[in-house]
Design a binder for this molecule. Structure first.
Ligand SMILES: C[S@@+](CC[C@H](N)C(=O)[O-])C[C@H]1O[C@@H](n2cnc3c(N)ncnc32)[C@H](O)[C@@H]1O
Length: 410
């Protein structure tokens, strides 16, 4: 069997992530890669209209979290999503999930990401490829294929594994190549992995990282994906920059920029002699636990758009999350801190009277000038300079965590 056939076989047997279409209406999964307001902010600086011409791609869509979430956001505008995957079992789960939600704007294609350019699809504005390219025989071919089906000003969100943060995982993969080789039946291999993980010595990196917390519950699909995968490679920060450069692309922004800044880990470090990519590499080594790298990228030739200036009164403060009204607004009334959990990461942001008054007025319609005038009426004792300074700090704090953008006037 070729490598790609082995990979396909795994995902035919164990579609990933495990999802039950009968549970679909209980919860809309909202992977942050598919928050289209955020993509608009990062890639187009808020200039792109999400109208019927917008086309999104989920490259290696698996059981459909990203495709479904993008389709749910785009269906009201009549815009289309395409999902492609090797595994029919995964696509059929995505299909059933879409049907359960009444989404009619998803096209699912059984095929290889590498073959995208030959499929005659109309080009895309935005492509998400989450946890896929590191499983390809040639990740470079997969990335080039995605680049080739983007519009000239299109962009992508890519997640691949992080080398240093997966050290324990790679040690375990090597261990399971000895203890649970592919020659054994899948059920036997899974049993061996489960037994071994439940009795790891306390010296093992995985146990040290657990730090006394309960072991995570792994489904069979997780065990295969993490420990028995036939094709799995990982990247360091410099390798990501090199990989993108080879494809004629560049990194627009890390999904979580603060993780890639050495200053986030220690105020004492002097990194002034390092270039930006070197600082990011230093941050990765300081953190040492980054098991994934998620980032936005686009072709080098794509035109760079100017962001709205923070003092542009016509610009429009805009929540970057799809359900800001549900997630954020209720907290503004009652809490001292804005608390959010996005994909397992906790965010806390102190709310003072200015921030509360300002954020209550953010609706993606009101321009900055109108919001500032309203906050002035509510907090008349604040000096104009102080108000402006508070707005800059508010913006920087929330933008870094992908919550707030400033979109140009329409
Ligand atoms: C870990 S899953 C990720 C699924 C999905 N992107 C997500 O984030 O939930 C990897 C997926 O990539 C698909 N895949 C692997 N190699 C592929 C290829 N060459 N072309 C298309 N899909 C591929 C697998 O079938 C599987 O569904």
């Amino acid at each position: 069997m070729t490598l790609i056939q082995t990979v396909r076989e795994q995902y035919e047997q164990l579609p990933y992530p495990p999802r039950d279409p009968r549970q679909e209406l209980r919860q809309l999964h909202r992977p942050i890669a598919s928050e289209l307001g955020l993509a608009n902010h990062v890639i187009w600086r808020g200039h792109r209209r999400l109208d019927e011409s917008f086309r999104a791609l989920d490259a290696g869509c698996g059981t459909g979290d990203n495709a479904i979430f993008m389709a749910a956001q785009l269906q009201p505008m009549g815009a289309q999503v395409v999902g492609i995957d090797l595994s029919e079992a995964s696509l059929s789960i995505t299909r059933e999930r879409a049907a359960a939600r009444g989404l009619t704007n998803i096209t699912l294609i059984l095929g290889r990401v590498e073959d995208l350019p030959s499929l005659g699809l109309a080009p895309f504005d935005y492509a998400v490829s989450n946890g896929v390219l590191h499983h390809l025989p040639s990740p470079a071919d997969g990335l080039a294929a995605i680049r080739d089906v983007l519009k000239p000003d299109g962009g992508a969100h890519i997640m691949v594994y992080g080398q240093h943060g997966r050290s324990a995982t790679y040690q375990l993969q090597a261990l399971f190549r000895l203890l649970a080789p592919p020659a054994l039946a899948a059920a036997e291999r899974i049993r061996i992995v489960r037994d071994t993980l439940s009795t790891l010595p306390p010296t093992h990196w995985r146990e040290l990282a657990r730090n006394g917390l309960p072991r995570e519950v792994l489904q069979d699909a997780d065990i295969f994906d993490l420990y028995l995968h036939p094709a799995d490679r990982a990247y360091t920060v410099p390798e990501i920059h090199d990989w993108l450069a080879e494809a004629g692309m560049s990194l627009v922004r890390w999904l979580l920029p603060h993780l890639y800044s050495p200053e986030s880990y220690s105020a004492k470090l002097d990194v002034s002699h390092l270039s930006v990519p070197e600082r990011e590499a230093a941050a990765e080594l300081l953190n040492s636990r980054m098991a994934k790298h998620s980032f936005f990228a686009r072709a080098d030739s794509a035109e760079t758009l100017a962001p709205a200036r923070l003092d542009d009164e016509t610009a429009i403060p805009t929540w970057l999350l799809h359900d800001a009204n549900g997630l954020i607004r209720p907290q503004l009334e009652v809490k001292r801190e804005l608390e959010l959990e996005i994909e397992g990461i906790q965010y806390r942001f102190l709310l003072d009277p200015f921030r509360r008054a300002f954020l209550k007025l953010v609706d993606g319609e009101r321009p900055l000038g109108a919001i500032m005038a309203e906050t002035e009426a509510r907090l008349p004792k604040m000096r104009p300079g102080e108000r402006m300074e508070s707005w800059y700090r508010l913006y920087q704090g929330l933008e870094m965590f992908n919550l707030l953008g400033l979109f140009p006037a329409r």
